[in-house]
Design a protein. Structure first.
Ligand SMILES: Cc1ncc(COP(=O)(O)O)c(C=O)c1O
Length: 383
């Protein structure tokens, strides 16, 4: 008999919806991953690295050349100076980076502020460390950062706040004014760290520039910032990313990492070390994804759904205006229309339901066409 560390965790909605999608042969716009091919040049780079014998453990913090080139990229993009040996660790995905950051700083009894709707790993990562998530609600249609509510929740037990921009599931983005307001309210609480989840840094639309926390020196001093190669290079299955933090935080992060993953996949790091020097793959990414977002929204314009503005990420949410719960609506959609989505209530700890579903538009045009056709047909039939 074991005493579960995560007694409240069951099967996630992602598993449930994917199972239903399989069962009903549905088009899966539920889970967030691209269904188109990644760049062949990067695949070739990995094969070459393997053929060249780069198949053993690499450095614990990550392949040195990859870290050096990340430092150069981060300096160019965010004007943040970092030392490749002190401030970066390559991680097996951003999720691992978030877990490791939280594990580095949390003690039982600490509190962590989570803005909901939230990526599903945050709360279990806090709970497993014996700390308490303090959930604060962001609301449709803007999902604005609720500065006053955050300020009211801050206290001497608060150890961290998790911020995600561009945001999953809503596509909202943090602006400069938000970071400055966060900086101001955190001033009386110097023990509070920021975990900034920036996995969609290059998936940003409508002419907005990504506001990394690294652009704000006062905040960067207290932040762990996580990134994901999977999101940027269409290879979510690689589960490879990195974390950036100042030396005193990264020192603790590395202690946890050393006895957990120790190091990550070598050939992929070798290939990425060269590949990330090319700017086009990430400067063009937002434009490409914006086209897919617009294609989906245009195709569904005739439905009685209201799109929630999405300025980033893989996702477009729709307010579906149904009397039933968003979960039941999503189930009905997969069974009757043959399209899988995710009900946004799944991203709230207490299942707050605003009648909104999330669709992933990071798909081939053929996939989007097929989903649009099914949804339009279903909508006509049911209206
Ligand atoms: C907000 C957010 N953070 C982190 C991740 C996970 O990134 P990775 O696959 O690199 O662990 C995801 C993936 O869906 C995400 O949406």
């Amino acid at each position: 008999m074991i005493h579960s560390k995560l007694p409240g965790v069951g099967t996630t909605i992602f598993t449930t919806m994917s199972q239903l999608a399989n069962e009903y042969n549905a088009i899966n716009l539920g889970q967030g991953f691209p269904d188109f091919a990644m760049d062949e040049a990067l695949v070739e780079g990995v094969s070459k690295a393997m053929r060249d014998g780069m198949n053993q453990y690499t450095h614990m913090f990550g392949h040195p050349l990859l870290r050096k080139n990340i430092a150069a990229k981060v300096h160019t993009l965010y004007n943040y100076e970092l030392h490749p040996d002190e401030h970066i660790t390559i991680t097996p995905g951003a999720t691992y980076g978030i877990y490791t950051a939280l594990t580095s700083i949390l003690q039982p009894g600490d509190e962590v502020i989570v803005l909901e709707p939230a990526y599903d790993s945050y709360i279990p990562n806090i709970v497993i460390n014996g700390a308490t998530p303090v959930c604060i609600r962001m609301e449709p249609p803007n999902y604005a950062i609720p500065i006053q509510a955050i300020q009211a929740a801050l206290n001497t037990k608060t150890k961290a706040i998790i911020i995600n921009s561009p945001h999953n599931p809503t596509g909202s983005i943090v602006q400069e004014a938000d970071w400055l307001a966060i900086q101001e309210i955190l001033e009386p609480f110097p023990q509070v760290h920021i975990i900034s989840d920036e996995v969609y840094e290059h998936l940003i639309f409508d002419g907005y520039a990504h506001q990394s926390v690294l652009k704000f020196p006062e905040l960067a001093k207290k932040s762990f910032v996580v990134f994901s190669f999977g999101k940027t290079y269409h290879c979510t299955g690689w589960k490879l990313g990195y974390c950036i933090a100042p030396s005193h935080l990264m020192k603790e992060f590395k202690k946890v990492h050393q006895f957990n993953a120790f190091c990550c996949d070598t050939p992929k790091q070798v290939a990425l070390a060269d590949y990330i020097l090319q700017t086009e793959p990430y400067t063009e990414l937002g434009k490409d994804m914006q086209k897919r977002r617009d294609y989906l929204a245009k195709g569904l314009a005739g439905l009685p759904w209201t799109p929630i503005s999405s300025h980033g990420s893989y996702f477009q949410c729709f307010s579906v205006g149904s009397a039933m719960s968003d979960k039941l609506f999503a189930e009905k959609l997969v069974k009757e229309a043959g399209v899988a989505s995710i009900p946004v209530s799944a991203f709230y700890n207490k299942g707050d339901d605003f009648g909104i579903i999330r669709l992933c538009f990071a798909k081939k045009v053929e996939t989007l066409d097929a989903a649009i056709e099914r949804l339009v047909h279903w909508s006509r039939k049911t209206s």
